[in-house]
Design a protein around this ligand. Structure first.
Ligand SMILES: [Zn+2]
Length: 239
């Protein structure tokens, strides 16, 4: 029998792994949105806005040269290591909620990681181009491989799987980077008494929900990898 075959792919049972991955990601994303919405209703007694908290944390860590800017959109907050800028979104920059303050502090956590040359941050940045190429080229390689004869096909499928692993590795390395940024954020909020301890706990709930979206990203990438491996195995079994 030739390779995986056209009908095999049409009724591919391993597609269930993709659906499970999508479901996990949707649940994690709905969870972070509802958690953020809940704590976005609670203003901090400090009266500080997200941008004020960011500037204060940066200053306390000797990072006065890191800029704090507004960026449009929802949950678009990020730290840009190239320009050393903390960018805070509509619901964070000018807002006084404990949710906004938690997110603002988290982005400063990335700036502090950069300052301390935190290794996983550098590793993740270096992986970005490799992971992008891997995610783009892996499936075309596998698909072409499936329609080749077995001896050539298995090399192409193997190459596709290795390329996809680069994308999976990126998701895995993202975990320590994100968890560590949140840990630094909460430590700063508490240590410098920027908000009270009860508010720090609420900010923590938001950051934990955000971290779970990255865990979901890893799970869904691993499920996709598992699917690729199963497809490759059925191809070699058909030889
Ligand atoms: Zn982050």
């Amino acid at each position: 029998m030739m390779g995986y075959g056209y009908y095999g792919m049409m009724f591919d049972p391993t597609y269930i792994f993709i659906l499970i991955g999508v479901a996990i990601s949707l649940i994690a994303s709905a969870n972070v949105k509802s958690t953020f919405a809940k704590y976005n209703e609670i203003d901090s007694d400090s009266g500080l806005r997200g941008c004020d908290v960011a500037k204060r944390i940066l200053e306390l860590n000797g990072l006065c040269d890191v800029a704090v800017e507004h960026v449009s959109g929802d949950l678009t907050d990020h730290y840009d290591p190239a320009t050393r800028t903390v960018r805070l979104s509509d619901t964070v920059y000018g807002e006084r909620s404990v949710a906004a303050i938690g997110v603002a502090a988290h982005e400063c956590g990335h700036a502090i990681q950069h300052q301390h040359n935190y290794a996983p941050l550098g590793f993740r940045s270096a992986l970005v181009p490799v992971a992008n190429i891997g995610a783009t080229i892996s499936w075309p390689l596998v698909l072409v491989g499936l329609f080749m004869n077995a001896s050539l096909g298995k090399y192409l499928i193997g190459a596709g799987i290795i390329m996809f692993m680069a994308a999976v590795l990126f998701h895995v390395v993202t975990l320590p980077v994100e968890f560590n940024a949140s840990r630094r954020a909460l430590a700063n909020l508490k240590q410098y008494h920027i908000i009270d301890d009860n508010e720090v706990d609420m900010a923590k709930s938001v950051l934990v929900a955000a971290a779970l979206t990255y865990v979901a990203g890893v799970l869904s990438a691993l499920l996709q990898l598992l699917r690729l491996v199963l497809i490759a195995r059925s191809f070699t079994d058909d030889e």
